[in-house]
Ligand binder design. Sequence first.
Ligand SMILES: Nc1ncnc2c1ncn2[C@@H]1O[C@H](COP(=O)(O)OP(=O)(O)OP(=O)(O)O)[C@@H](O)[C@H]1O
Ligand SMILES: [Mg+2]
Length: 573
Amino acid sequence: MPKLRLKLRIRKSKGSGKDGSDGTATEPVAAEELVGGSEEETEKRPLEPFSGLPGFTAISAAKPLNLRDYEEVESYPLEEPWVYARILRHKQTSEYIYYVYEIALTPREKKLYNQIMDALYWELKPPPSDVDPVAYFHREARRIVRTFQIRMGRTPGISWRKILYYVTRDAVGFGPIDPLMKDPEIEDISCNGVRRHIYVWHRRYEYIKTNIVFDREDDLDNLVVKLAHMGGKHISVAFPVVDAILPGGHRLAATYRKEVSTSGSTFTIRKFREDPITIIDMVMGNTLSPEVAAYYWILMEHKRPGMVMGVTGSGKTTTLNALLTLLKPSVKVVTIEDTPELKLPLENWVQLIPRMSYGFGAEGKNEITLYDLIRISLRYRPDIIVVGEVRGEEAYVLFQAIATGHGGMTTLHAEGIDAAAKRLTSPPMNIPRGYIPLMNFALLIRRVEVVDRVTKRSRVVRRITNTWEIRDFGEYIPVHKWNAYEDKHELYPEKSFLLRHIMELVGWTEEQVRREIDWRATVIRWLAAKKMRSYQEVARVVREYYQNAERVYTKAVSELSEMKGFTEGKEVI
Ligand SMILES: Nc1ncnc2c1ncn2[C@@H]1O[C@H](COP(=O)(O)OP(=O)(O)OP(=O)(O)O)[C@@H](O)[C@H]1O
Ligand SMILES: [Mg+2]
């Protein structure tokens, strides 16, 4: 579909495109009212034949490739008509590349761009405190571009809209990596140093190389400084490591120059989704099954402490967030994270983040660590303390909090339950072995490869592959396992001692436990079948279920039975 659109645009364009000026701009663009760059004023250039064109300006880090060696797999606009993503495959090596195609500035436009950026630098005043700074900078960028345009009068061959695109990209956006930030298919962006290709994690192509490369150390250093500032932090030779949250909630980790990395400045951005992945999304993608989700839901309702395990980027924080939305809306939660990633539909929620210290001499004096925050959080009398990730001495305080009757959830970087228990009981966490079962359950999320039975094609997906209940150090009861061969989840509720505890606590019979799993699984299946997956919808139905389970279940069954492929709330196979 995007490819089609690109082709269509090519047919529409008539010009020769000698100087690399803009595309046809037949579709509406952002700053319509400003633009003098009408059809006759802007030279047209076809989008397709940009192989080897030296069209990329110094301010773009997107490198041209010899496109004759590649075939296009797909393409789609990131911001029409200025920038497109093209997925290319090398004809010989089959290597994929994420090709950012940005319409280049002509030399004249570039000169104007430089003048406008200068003017912005000198004229821009800090935004008033009651104004959204991003909206303010957008407005100011437009105003200054417009002032230039009016001052210059008729300017054939100049596309002011294109200049505005670059000015906002660099002044308000993320500069040369802005196109990557705009692509909702991209989860992660990593730059491993100067003169190295930036890699992205793409939902359909996994890790894929881009054509974005910083050739000059200064350009990369400047970008890293800018990113750190955007996250309200400081990075320099004296403080060469930064962890920050960028506008829009994206998580940044960066290093400066060669202080701590051999290849110059580096950064990684984990993109934040405005619209978080919910338990229903996870069920729809078969990361877990409705029954397993129902089991977790019962544990969450009864505030059983648990731990999400997995390797980097496996989806630990996402899973934690999805589980926390299953809590009763009345519970009081304190979350403690290095960088605030969690987003919960709860009223009674306090989100704490540590404060770094930049001081010399009295070093660390003003620092407030995860450890401090967990200790202080106990004063808030939370029902549940959530620690984004445990790594050090804070783990001990969390376990102590659980020992004194609080609920607790966390994530841990580990590849399995044995490795996790070993990590927890070794330095620097040093949890006594006897404390391990305080964490009642643990689940493992992994990126795994599954092969489609019909097409025989393999793809990488996320699966919660195991859930254990922790009876003791070294004694882990498997209550759920993902069957890789069939790509199915198997739940063994009869093995669960936690369900038995809950049963005794609330006076359920075994039959009632089974019914509770069945009801909740049906509600989840219903939400998935109806694609009611948004964070707000899930929170609303969970709330309703807590108020009147039977009403929600009856509705789920009746709506499911009207849908093809479902009878009595069960899927027909
Ligand atoms: N079940 C899922 N289905 C699809 N995408 C997912 C799923 N879980 C996570 N993701 C995506 O994967 C990326 C990494 O997820 P997340 O931040 O939860 O991982 P993590 O294990 O906490 O990583 P880290 O170790 O860096 O903290 C995110 O962009 C997220 O949107
Ligand atoms: Mg995480």
